[in-house]
Design a protein around this ligand. Structure first.
Ligand SMILES: Cc1cc2nc3c(=O)[nH]c(=O)nc-3n(C[C@H](O)[C@H](O)[C@H](O)COP(=O)(O)O)c2cc1C
Length: 155
């Protein structure tokens, strides 16, 4: 059992990214670590303090206009400076929902987390078009990997 905190920060305009979030949460539940505190926040309201008190972060966003959602960008705008010197090495995972691409959202986020020096725990899950089922499974695996890794002290 762990006493760590896992923060999930997501934004969804029309709900499809929330399906990925639900799958990630299923994966976290499957890890059966009752000591893990899971905090789910919309990117528009997540705070620097919540990032500073987390031992792991999972980020979810649609691709909008070839970039991460404005909501997630707003999150990074607010947390970057307060967290920069205090969260280096923070384990993170990423899931992206896109209509037909997703690479712009991925690149935009990777640029910022590289600046923060956060550490990816798994490849990003990119769900494009209607290829839903396999990528929802990948979201479950992402959540489970993070939860198990935090509990085991791997991350
Ligand atoms: C304003 C807007 C811009 C979009 N821009 C892109 C884009 O640049 N590339 C892409 O692959 N999909 C794009 N899409 C499609 C969304 O990524 C896709 O519909 C996604 O499932 C929306 O996620 P959500 O339901 O969580 O908001 C765009 C959708 C909207 C509404």
């Amino acid at each position: 059992m762990t006493t760590k905190t896992l923060l999930l920060v997501t934004h969804s305009q029309t709900g499809t990214t929330r399906q990925m979030l639900a799958a990630v949460l299923r994966g976290i539940s499957a890890a059966e670590d009752e000591g893990l505190t899971v905090v789910v926040r919309d990117a528009l309201v997540a705070t620097p303090a919540e990032v500073l008190s987390a031992q792991g972060v999972l980020l979810g966003t649609p691709e909008n206009f070839g970039y991460m959602s404005g909501g997630l960008k707003h999150f990074f705008d607010r947390i970057y400076q307060p967290c920069l010197e205090h969260t280096q090495g923070l384990p993170y995972g990423l899931f992206i929902r896109a209509g037909n691409d997703g690479r712009g959202a991925l690149a935009s986020i990777e640029r910022i987390v590289t600046g923060l020096r956060w550490r990816a725990i798994a490849p990003p899950v990119l769900m494009v078009g209607e290829d839903a089922a396999s990528q929802l499974l990948a979201c479950e695996e992402l959540g489970q990997t993070m939860a198990v890794g935090l509990a085991a002290g791997i991350f």
